[in-house]
Ligand binder design. Structure first.
Ligand code: MN
Length: 257
């Protein structure tokens, strides 16, 4: 099995584990580049404070579509905090039955967030798109031009043609083990250019060996990608690192233009 050192978990909810500080230390010790996403702007301060001195962990400023119903009033706080970070998420749309009721409000907020990101420039945005991929892509196309910010579609479950459209819009995809274990999603991942792929666990919402996944478990995704693309695991890991570096450079470029 390959080492976790230098792997990438670009979507993990470290603050939803029993002990945030411990989860951060574990990811830091495993040397996994981890994006600690948040679900409400109120969670930002603590995530930021505990990650800012780390080498491998960065916090992202989120407003989760499933929480829009109860947290819409925190949008002003989200906007106030935006200058503090280059990373935004988890944001997006969720049209599954439980959250369908708030879909109009979700769309308003997602559009607003994308416009603020476009205005600020150089943000990297990790996006949720459950049962709403077309709407998510329409929003991105309309509100966040690729030279004003970067999108990473997290746990993408769309079709090959939607993946192609997303690729043409400049999006990256963060892939997890559950996606690779599903034949249909796996085939879609195989259709995406290798240079647009990142890896994620979405811990603690996925499990590995019966426990909530931790960032180090992302090596199983690397092994899955290695099989799928018929390349060495070390080459898959190096490709994902290169992709992350390119993503960060594009964001920096957008921030300074
Ligand atoms: Mn998530």
């Amino acid at each position: 099995m390959i080492k976790s050192h230098g792997l990438v978990d670009f979507h993990c909810h470290l603050d939803l584990y029993p002990d945030l500080s411990d989860a951060i230390h574990q990811a830091e010790n495993a040397k996994v580049f981890t994006l600690a996403v948040t679900t409400t702007p109120r969670a930002w301060a603590r995530n930021h404070a505990l990650t800012r001195e780390t080498t491998y962990i960065r916090a992202a400023l989120g407003l989760h579509p499933q929480l829009v119903d109860e947290r819409a009033s925190e949008l002003a706080l989200w906007e106030t905090l935006l200058p503090e970070t280059g990373y935004v998420g988890e944001v997006g749309l969720d049209a599954s039955p439980r959250f369908y009721r708030s879909l109009d409000q979700q769309k308003e907020i997602f559009a607003y967030i994308l416009r603020r990101c476009a205005q600020a420039g150089g943000k990297i945005v990790t996006v949720h798109s459950v049962r709403a991929i077309k709407a998510v892509l329409d929003h991105i196309e309309r509100h966040l031009p690729p030279d004003r910010g970067q999108i990473v579609l997290h746990w993408f479950t769309g079709s090959k043609s939607e993946a192609k459209r997303a690729t043409e819009l400049g999006c990256y995809f963060s892939v997890n083990k559950a996606m690779l274990d599903n034949a249909r999603h796996r085939a879609v991942v195989a259709s995406v250019p290798l240079e647009r792929l990142l890896t994620e666990t979405d811990g603690p919402f996925t499990s590995t060996a019966g426990c909530p996944s931790t960032p180090a478990d992302v090596r199983l995704v690397i092994e899955g990608l290695s099989e799928l693309f018929r390349i060495e695991a070390s080459a898959a890991a190096a490709t994902v690192r290169t992709n992350l570096r390119r993503l960060l450079e594009s964001a920096e470029h957008a921030a300074s233009s």
